[in-house]
Every structure is written in C-alpha cells, then in structure tokens.
Design a protein around this ligand. Structure first.
Ligand code: NAI
Length: 320
C-alpha cells in the first residue's frame, strides 16, 4: 500500500471554497495537514450579493476539527491579489492554488447581453488570472508551486446556453498550458480539471438519479494527487465525475502535406483532399500526433519543406 499523501505545512489557497467542490477540497487538505485560505464571496449562483458566512462556516469546521484555516471574502476578479496576500500575511507563503470560484449566467447566445458574457468571463478567467499572477512570484522564488484551474466539459466541448461559461473555461485551460511551460523549471506544475459533481450549479439541471452518483467527494482525490509535492504531472487536462478519472489530450490528424507548388494551394485542392486532411489514421508519410507544445509543428514544417516538386503523397491535380 502506498504512503498517505500529506500536506503538512503546505499553504493552500482555494477560491470559492465556501460551498460545493471548494469546500470539500478545503476540508480534505486541512485533514492532511495543510494550512488553508478559504476564499468565498458568498454571493448567489448568478454572482450577485456577498456574505462572509460561507467562508466562515468552512473555516470553523476546519478549526473545530483541529486544523488551520483562515477566511477571505474578496471577489476573485476584483481583488484576487488580496486573497494571496491573506495567505502570505497569515501563513508566510503560498504553495498550492486551486482556481475554483465560479458563477453561471446561462442564456442562449442570441439573447446573451455583453454584461452576461463579460461577468462570467470576469469571474472565471480574469479571476483565475489575478490569483495566478499574484501567487506566481512567490512560487518562482520558492521553486515550488502547484496550480489547478477548474475548467468544465462545457468549455471543452461547448454547451447550449453557455457561450460565456465555455469561453471562460477553455481560456483557463490555455492559461494553465502556458503557465505549465513557464513554471516547469521552477517546479511549478499546472493542470486543468473538467469535473462533474453535485452542487448548486448542477442540482437544477441534472435528474436526481444522476445527481446521486455525483458526490463532490469523488472529485477530491485527483485534486490532492495532482497538487502533492511528489507529483510531477503538468500541462494536462483531466475529466472526472462519479468516480471516473480520465485524461483528455489534443489529437492532430495525420493530415495532408501538399505539394509545394503555389498552384496547388487552392480551396479546390482542399476539397479534393478533405478526407485525407481530417483522417485520424496514421499514414506512411505522417503519423497522428498528440501535440503538447508549439514546437511539435516543426516536424510537419520540415516534412513539407522536404517534399519534392512532384510528390505522390502530396501532389494535387487541380482541375482548372
Ligand atoms: P458552487 O456554486 O457551489 O461553488 C462556487 C463558489 O464560488 C460559490 O461558493 C461562490 O460563492 C463562489 N464564488 C462565486 N463568485 C465568486 C467570486 N467572484 N469570488 C470568490 N468566490 C466566488 O459550484 P461548484 O459546482 O462547487 O463549482 C466549483 C467550480 O467547478 C466552478 O468553477 C464551476 O464552474 C466548476 N465546475 C463545476 C461543475 C459541477 O458539475 N459542479 C462542472 C464543471 C465545472
């Protein structure tokens, strides 16, 4: 049996930890020895209002169980830097950041106002940015950091009525992927999760028999694993729900390299070779790939450059 993963003396900041998933994370980190900053604005699901009670209740529960925690009531997008300051002022460092706070303003794109779009992007994406930006210098200088950005299946695949939410959530994935690269040599590991769990966000949209399976406690183990000091996993996206844990990755089709003849670079040539372009099977001249960085293009560019003027694989006979 493997050793218990402990977080003794690690300082964890969890945004939106007054309820739902964030609360369950906070309780488990504290049980395993972490000092926890429990942030929550305490507003409604739509983002209006505020209330210090949400964060206070979680802090009290942690303290009553003998753990260490401090509350913060700032809004992630307005005063994200103050949440990190709470960690520094109370515990002297920040080791782990869970960007979890979120709101919903679901409405079809045709009826979505600029305010409805902007406010959701603001809380999720700009809030995530503010927290990362404020925590980053501390993580760089201590050469240790673990960050989780909370994305969503709606961000990865799109979902009716959630253009604002989807845009923000995929934005968080992009932010995580770049921070994973910039933080790598400083032992900062950054990943994204796309969870599905029972909370006030889902209780009115999913049927009871499904909700029953979606206990938020089933999300916690992967979060703790990914943020432990011994875990080196980074730059990755995980999907998790109801006890399922899996990884998602980008996949590039084997595609089609066109003959380097300007006359072949036409929309008609694309039409002729469309099936090859979107074919996700390995081909003799090129394999299906799972790119994780921009330089993964280099191989393709090199191959395209090497093609002779007449190449059986790439040449396109375009009817004039
Ligand atoms: P929740 O509504 O229970 O928790 C979100 C928390 O964020 C609330 O306690 C809320 O007060 C807080 N919050 C909202 N705006 C804030 C702000 N500006 N500053 C600080 N705190 C703020 O919802 P749940 O389900 O626990 O969601 C947690 C995260 O997981 C969210 O980012 C959500 O988008 C994401 N998620 C949840 C899914 C689910 O199935 N529950 C599915 C996919 C993603």
């Amino acid at each position: 049996m493997s050793e218990r993963l402990l977080f003794k003396d690690r300082v964890v900041v969890i945004t939106g930890a007054g309820g739902g998933l964030g609360k369950v994370y906070a309780l488990e980190y504290a049980k395993r020895g972490a000092k926890v900053v429990v942030n929550d604005l305490g507003g409604t699901l739509g983002g209006s209002g505020s209330n210090s009670r949400a964060a206070d209740v979680v802090v009290d529960e942690i303290k009553n169980a003998g753990g260490e925690a401090v509350a913060n009531y700032d809004s992630v997008n307005d005063n994200g830097e103050r949440i990190i300051k709470t960690a520094i002022d109370n515990f002297g460092r920040v080791d782990i950041l869970i960007n979890n706070a979120g709101i919903l303003r679901d409405v079809s794109f045709a009826r979505m106002s600029e305010k409805e779009f902007g406010s959701v992007v603001d809380v999720h994406l700009n809030g995530g940015y503010k927290l990362c930006k404020a925590a980053w210098p501390y993580m760089l200088s201590q050469k240790f950091g673990r960050i989780i950005n909370t994305a969503s299946p709606a961000g990865l695949f799109g979902n009716f009525g959630q253009a604002n939410y989807s845009a923000a959530k995929l934005g968080l994935v992009g932010l995580a992927e770049t921070l994973a690269k910039e933080g790598y040599k400083y032992n900062i590991r950054v990943n994204s999760i796309a969870p599905l769990a029972r909370s006030r966000m889902t209780e009115n949209v999913l049927p009871p028999h499904i909700l029953k399976q979606l206990g938020p406690e089933k999300i916690v183990p992967l979060i703790l694993f990914l943020t432990h000091e011994t875990t080196q996993v980074t730059n990755s996206i995980f999907e998790l729900a109801a006890g399922f844990y899996g990884q998602l990755r980008w996949e590039r089709s084997a595609g089609q390299i066109f003959n380097p003849n300007p006359e072949t670079f036409t929309p008609e040539a694309i039409l002729n070779k469309w099936k090859c372009i979107v074919d996700f099977k390995d081909k003799p001249f090129n394999k299906v790939q799972h790119p994780i960085q921009l330089s993964d293009y280099n191989d393709l560019i090199t191959k395209a450059k090497k093609l002779p003027a007449q190449n059986d694989q790439g040449s396109i006979k375009v009817d004039s």
